[in-house]
Design a protein around this ligand. Structure first.
Ligand code: ZN
Length: 199
């Protein structure tokens, strides 16, 4: 039985397909949107389309940006010989918020997870290796999450990089297991960075 009219159901389905939004939240959001003034809805819709059209990967580090090269990579004052590997742009933002990390980043856009069929080729790993080949890199800091997937990814990367002679380190395990880096306070992040160990 269809509880709502076609367009409402369609909207609920689209919203429910987003990560972290269940059926109930999708319904609540859908009705909220329908009750919003038309101009506001149009602004929201346009901002979604604009973000999708204008945001792309940074040519260097693959973070999301609206430029060819993101502000971090474009900054000459940053230490371009140290690369911190993170799972996503939100993790990058968390480290940037500390204001204490002076190197550059590499965003994998995921982590290796055999359970759900995400392999090394599904994340930006070969792009990292190409960067290491093309540039004089002194250290790669692996800052993937301390979840099973994050640890698997860290081990995999370290095995790939170590033979090249580049120093590989892992942030300290002060980061709670399964914790998203973005949810961790800045002090904990800095401690994890300072206490990093050789892999
Ligand atoms: Zn970049």
């Amino acid at each position: 039985m269809q509880l709502y009219s076609g367009p409402i159901n369609k909207l609920i389905d689209e919203l429910a397909a987003l990560p972290g939004i269940g059926e109930k939240s999708a319904q609540r959001l859908a009705f909220h949107l329908i009750n919003m003034p038309k101009a506001k809805v149009e602004r929201l819709a346009a901002s979604i389309v604009e973000a999708k059209e204008k945001v792309c990967y940074c040519r260097e580090c693959y973070t999301l940006t609206d430029k060819d090269i993101c502000p971090v990579c474009a900054n000459e004052k940053r230490d371009h010989t140290t690369i911190m590997v993170v799972e996503n742009s939100r993790d990058l933002a968390a480290y940037e918020k500390t204001g204490k990390y002076e190197g550059v980043y590499h965003v994998l856009h995921g982590a290796i997870s055999p359970m759900i069929g995400i392999g090394p080729n599904d994340i930006k790993l070969k792009e990292l290796l190409e960067r290491l080949k093309a540039n004089d890199i002194k250290e790669v800091i692996i800052a993937t999450n301390s979840s099973l997937e994050g640890e698997t990814t860290a081990m995999y990367i370290s095995k790939l990089i170590k033979p090249t002679g580049v120093r590989v380190t892992r942030i300290a395990s002060g980061v709670p297991v399964g914790g998203d880096l973005e949810c961790i306070d800045e002090v904990t992040l800095l401690r994890a960075l300072e206490g990093r160990t050789e892999l």
